[in-house]
Design a protein around this ligand. Structure first.
Ligand code: C2E
Ligand code: CA
Ligand code: CA
Length: 825
C-alpha cells in the first residue's frame, strides 16, 4: 500500500519534474506539483479520475492504450507524446517514462510515471535543424517525400521522392496547390489538421489519399510542421510517406485474420510442428483451448487409429507437393474419436524454405453416418442386413468379369423356403420375419469370406460362390457340397419365440465362368433350377444345366470306380511307336488305358485328371512304371525288340514325391531292365514349382542312365534358363503344334523354334501327332527326323505293337479301329 503521508508529498512536490502514480485502472493516485503545472490542472480535480474529462479524446485514448501496453509488457517504456495543457490551452511535447508495479501474483498494481516537458528543447532543436545545408542534404536523399507549401497551399519546393509519389515534375507541381492533390471528401479532416497546425505548429500523422498525375489515388501518411522564416513568412513543411504497401499488407492481415476465424477449425504450426495459433472453431471441435494447444504438436490429437506408415506417407506427400488432404480419425480432449477431413498446407518463405504449416479440418462424423445409412439403405436388406439385390448384382458382375479373366468358375444358388407363405398366413408376419432372420444367419455360416449371401425379397435368398476351380465338373461338385450343406443347415428346427418350427428349402444352382452370359440369364437359370427342386418335392438341390447334374453324379461315381480299378489293376498299357526317317521303329510311348468291366476301354483323358486330383495317380503311375520296366526286360531277350526304348509319362504329383528317384531305380532293379532303355516324359507344366528339386531328381536319374523327354514343350511358360539346366535329352513337339503346322504360321514357327533350340542345345527332337505325309515332309524340311503319330501307328495293345515293330504290320493305322475322336484337341 502506498503511504500517502504528508512528508512524502512535500518532497515530491519539490521536484521540478512531473511525477505521478496511476492504479491498474489508470486512475491518478498521486501526483506532484509539477504535474499540476504541466497539465494546468489541480491535484484535487485529477485525483481518483483517469483525466478523461480534461484531456482531448484522442490523447486520452493513447494514454490508456499506452498504460495497457506497459502492463502487458511488464517493463518500463519511455516515449514522446503531446499532452494538452488546460491552463495554456496548448499541447506540450512531453517525454514520458512509465514503469509498471505488480504484486507477487503478477497482478498489475501501479504505474509509476515521470513526465518531462521537452517543448522548449524540441522547438530549439527544430530551429537548429533548419540550418539550410543540413536540410538540403536530408531533403534530397530522403526516401520520404518532402514538400514545402505556402500557407495557401501552393507548392514551393519538393524532393525527388515526393515527385515520384505524385507523378508530377517539379515545374508541373509548382503550378499546383496542395488542394489540387486532395480529394474533396477530405475537407473535414483537412480542417482539423490545419487547426492542429495553427495551435501546435504541427500536424499529423495524417493518413489520406493524394490524387496523382494520372488521376489515381495514392494513399499517403503526412506529418508536417509550421515554419516561420527569418522574414516572418510562414510555410508548411510536409513529410509524405507512400503507404499503399502498408495498407495492402494491413488489408491482407485483416483478411487473413477474418479468414482464420472461419467455420473451419484451423491451426498454425511452425516448421517443427509446434502449434502457434488455433482458432475458435478448433477449440470448439477438439475441446482444447488456445492455451492448451499452443506449444504442443498436433500429436496431441492422435487417436491411435492410424499407424506410423499412414503419417509417413502423409508427410512424404506434404514434403513433395506442399500439401495433403484426406480423412483422419482424431481424438477430442474428452477422449471421443471422430472422423475429420484434414487439409495441411505448408507455408514457404521467399527462399522456398518451409516456415509454417496450416492445418484446417472439419468434422465429417455426420457425413460419414449419412453415407453409411444411405449405403445401408441402398445396398442392404433392412430385415436381415444381408446384401440386397442391387449389391448382389453388382458383385455378380464383378465376379463374372474376374472369372472370365482367371478361368475359375463361380456359382449362383437360388434358395427359396418351402411353404413360407403358410407360416406367414398362419403365425403372422412377425414370425415370418423371425424365421427369415435366422435363415440369413444360418446361410452366412455356410459360405467362405469371398462368397455372398443376399436376400432378394420375401423368402428368396441367393448365395453366390466365388473362385471355384477351373474344372466344370469339380466346380459343380463343390457347389453341390455347399448346396447340400445349406439344405441340411436350413433343415434344423427353428425357435420362433415360443414356437418350434421346422422348415426346408429348395435350391437351384447354376455355374458360370464368363461374362458372355447376361446377369439376367444367370438369375433366370438359377430360378428355373430352383423350380425344378420345388417340382420334385422340395428340400432338394438342382442344377440348371442337366449335364452338370449328370457330371456331378458321374464325378462321384468315377471316383469310387477308379479307386476300385486301381485296387483291381484294371489297367493296360498301349504302346505307340516312335520312328525315325521313313518308319524305322526306335521305341514306344507307353499310354495307359482303363479296361473298364462294363464300359470297355477308357482313355486317359477321362481318368488321369481325376486320379491326379485324388492322389490315385501315385499308385497308377507306380504300376505303369513297373509294367513298362518289366516289358523292357521281356523285350531285351526278343530279337528285333531289344533295342527299343519305352517312354513313360510322369505326372507332377509323382515327381514331387520325395522318394520318386528311388521308386524309379528300384522298379528298374526289380525288373532287371536296362536304365538306358527307359525314358521319362515330363510335361512342361511340371516345371512351374520347385524347379530346383526337379533338377536335382532328374540329374540323379540321368546319372543312372535314365533318359528324360520334355513333352508339351512351348505350351507353358518354362524359361530357357531352366531348360538349359534341366538334364533333358529330348524335346517333344506337341501334337497341338503339329496338327496345324501347314496352316498356322505361328504353329509352324514354334515347331521351327523347337527344332532349332534342340540343335543348339544338343537335344533330340521328336514330333508327336504326325498324321499326314505333308506334315512329315514339312518336319523333314525343318530338320526333324523323329516322329510319333497315326501316320505310322496308333497306340497299340502289346502284341499288336510287337508285330508292328518287327515289321509284320507295316501300316497299322489302317487296322486299329479304337478311337475316332481326336483327344479333345
Ligand atoms: P500325351 O502324353 O501328349 O500323349 C499323346 C497322346 O496323343 C495320346 O493320347 C495319343 O493317343 C495321342 N496321339 C498320338 N498320335 C496321335 C495322332 O497322330 N493324332 C492325334 N490326334 N492324337 C495322337 P492318350 O493315349 O489318350 O493320352 C492322353 C494323355 O494322357 C497323354 O498325353 C498323357 O498326358 C496322359 N497319359 C497317358 N498315359 C499316361 C500315364 O501312364 N501316366 C500319366 N501320368 N499320364 C498318361
Ligand atoms: Ca506323353
Ligand atoms: Ca504331348
Amino acid at each position: 500500500m502506498f503511504d500517502d503521508s504528508a512528508a512524502i508529498k512535500v518532497v515530491i512536490d519539490a521536484i521540478p519534474v512531473a511525477i505521478f502514480i496511476k492504479d491498474s485502472s489508470s486512475r491518478f493516485v498521486v501526483l506532484n506539483k509539477a504535474c499540476e503545472l504541466q497539465w494546468g490542472l489541480s491535484y484535487a480535480a485529477l485525483r481518483g479520475t483517469n483525466g478523461s474529462q480534461f484531456f482531448p479524446r484522442d490523447q486520452m485514448d493513447s494514454f490508456l492504450a499506452r498504460d495497457r501496453e506497459i502492463f502487458d509488457r511488464g517493463y518500463l517504456l519511455d516515449y514522446e507524446e503531446t499532452v494538452w495543457n488546460v491552463d495554456l490551452q496548448q499541447n506540450r511535447f512531453i517525454h514520458t517514462f512509465k514503469k509498471p508495479v505488480f504484486d507477487e501474483a503478477h497482478k498489475p498494481l501501479y504505474l509509476v510515471c515521470v513526465a518531462v516537458d521537452i517543448t522548449d528543447r524540441k522547438l530549439a532543436t527544430e530551429k537548429l535543424l533548419l540550418s539550410e545545408e543540413k536540410l538540403r542534404t536530408m531533403f534530397n536523399m530522403s526516401p520520404l517525400g518532402m514538400a514545402r507549401n505556402s500557407m495557401d497551399g501552393v507548392f514551393i519546393e519538393a524532393n525527388a521522392s515526393f515527385l515520384t509519389i505524385v507523378g508530377y515534375t517539379l515545374e508541373e507541381l509548382n503550378r499546383l496547390s496542395y488542394w489540387d492533390l486532395t480529394p474533396a471528401s477530405y475537407a473535414d479532416q483537412e480542417a482539423k489538421q490545419l487547426e492542429s497546425l495553427k495551435t501546435s505548429g504541427r500536424y499529423g500523422p495524417y493518413d489520406k489519399d493524394y490524387i496523382n498525375n494520372l488521376g489515381q489515388r495514392v494513399p499517403v501518411r503526412l506529418n508536417g510542421v509550421l515554419i516561420t522564416g527569418s522574414d516572418g513568412d510562414q510555410f508548411i513543411w510536409s513529410i509524405v510517406e507512400d503507404i499503399s504497401q502498408l495498407i495492402h499488407t494491413d488489408n491482407q492481415l485483416r483478411i487473413a485474420a477474418a479468414a482464420f476465424e472461419s467455420q473451419e477449425a484451423m491451426m498454425v504450426t511452425d516448421a517443427a510442428s509446434v502449434i502457434l495459433r488455433v482458432n475458435r472453431a478448433f477449440t470448439e471441435t477438439t475441446g482444447y483451448s488456445e492455451e492448451e494447444a499452443v506449444g504442443q504438436t498436433p500429436r496431441l490429437l492422435r487417436s491411435g487409429r492410424h499407424d506410423a506408415n499412414f503419417y509417413r506417407t502423409m508427410w512424404e506427400t506434404i514434403n513433395r507437393t506442399g500439401g495433403w488432404q484426406g480423412e483422419v480419425w482424431d481424438r477430442c480432449k474428452n477422449g471421443e474419436v471422430y472422423p475429420k477431413w484434414l487439409t495441411i498446407s505448408s507455408v514457404k518463405n521467399d527462399q522456398g524454405v518451409v516456415t509454417h504449416y496450416i492445418g484446417a479440418h472439419f468434422d465429417i462424423t455426420e457425413r460419414k453416418q449419412a453415407e453409411e445409412e444411405i449405403n445401408q439403405l441402398a445396398f442392404f436388406d433392412q430385415l436381415t442386413s444381408l446384401p440386397n439385390r442391387t449389391l448382389l448384382l453388382d458383385r455378380l458382375q464383378q465376379l463374372m468379369t474376374a472369372s472370365s479373366r482367371n478361368g475359375s468358375y463361380g456359382a449362383l444358388l437360388f434358395i427359396d423356403l418351402d411353404h413360407f407363405k403358410t407360416l406367414n398366413d398362419t403365425l403372422g408376419h412377425d414370425m415370418g420375419d423371425l424365421l427369415l432372420k435366422q435363415v440369413a444367419e444360418r446361410l452366412t455360416t455356410c459360405v467362405r469370406a469371398g462368397d455372398t449371401v443376399a436376400r432378394l425379397g420375401g423368402d428368396e435368398f441367393v448365395v453366390m460362390l466365388a473362385s471355384l476351380t477351373t474344372n466344370a465338373e469339380e466346380a459343380a461338385a463343390q457347389t453341390k457340397t455347399i448346396g447340400e450343406k445349406i439344405l441340411s443347415v436350413l433343415n434344423q428346427t427353428y425357435q420362433l419365440n415360443l414356437v418350434t418350427y421346422h422348415s426346408t428349402a429348395s435350391i437351384g444352382a447354376t455355374l458360370f465362368r464368363s461374362d458372355l452370359v447376361t446377369i439376367d440369364d444367370l438369375m433366370k437359370q438359377a430360378d428355373l433350377a430352383m423350380y425344378k427342386s420345388k417340382d420334385e418335392g422340395r428340400n432338394a438341390l438342382h442344377f440348371f444345366d442337366p449335364h452338370m447334374e449328370t457330371a456331378v453324379r458321374k464325378h462321384a461315381a468315377l471316383e469310387s470306380e477308379l479307386m476300385r480299378a486301381v485296387e483291381q489293376r484294371q489297367f493296360v498299357l498301349h504302346y505307340q511307336a516312335q520312328v525315325v526317317d521313313t518308319g524305322r521303329v526306335t521305341g514306344a510311348e507307353a499310354l495307359v488305358r482303363w479296361q473298364h468291366p462294363e464300359r470297355g476301354l477308357v482313355y486317359p483323358d477321362e481318368f488321369i485328371p481325376l486320379s491326379e486330383e485324388t492322389g490315385l495317380i501315385l499308385l497308377l503311375g507306380q504300376w505303369v512304371l513297373e509294367t513298362a520296366c518289366q516289358q523292357l526286360t521281356a523285350w531285351a531277350g526278343q530279337p528285333g525288340m531289344a533295342q527299343l526304348t519305352v517312354t513313360v509319362n510322369v505326372s507332377a504329383r509323382q515327381l514331387y514325391q520325395s522318394d520318386f528317384v528311388d521308386q524309379v531305380l528300384s522298379a528298374l532293379e526289380r525288373s532287371g531292365a536296362n536304365p538306358q532303355r527307359l525314358k521319362l516324359e515330363l510335361t512342361e507344366s511340371l516345371l512351374v514349382a520347385n524347379v530346383e528339386a526337379v533338377i536335382t531328381k532328374m540329374t540323379k536319374l540321368k546319372a543312372n542312365g535314365v533318359g528324360v523327354s520334355l513333352d508339351d514343350f512351348a505350351t507353358g511358360h518354362s524359361s530357357l534358363y531352366y531348360l538349359k539346366r534341366l538334364p533333358v535329352d529330348q524335346l517333344k513337339i506337341d501334337r497341338r503344334f503339329v496338327r496345324d503346322i501347314l496352316i498356322d504360321p505361328i504353329d509352324a514357327a514354334i515347331a521351327r523354334m523347337i527344332i532349332a533350340l534342340g540343335e543348339s542345345l544338343g537335344l533330340a527332337v521328336i514330333a508327336e501327332g504326325v498324321e499326314t505325309e505333308a506334315q512329315r515332309n514339312f518336319l523333314v524340311q525343318q530338320g526333324c527326323h523323329a516322329y510319333q503319330g497315326y501316320l505310322f501307328s496308333r497306340p497299340l495293345p502289346l502284341n499288336e505293337f510287337e508285330q508292328f515293330a518287327m515289321g509284320l504290320e507295316p501300316l497299322s493305322k489302317t487296322n486299329v479301329p479304337h478311337r475316332t475322336d481326336c483327344h479333345g484337341l
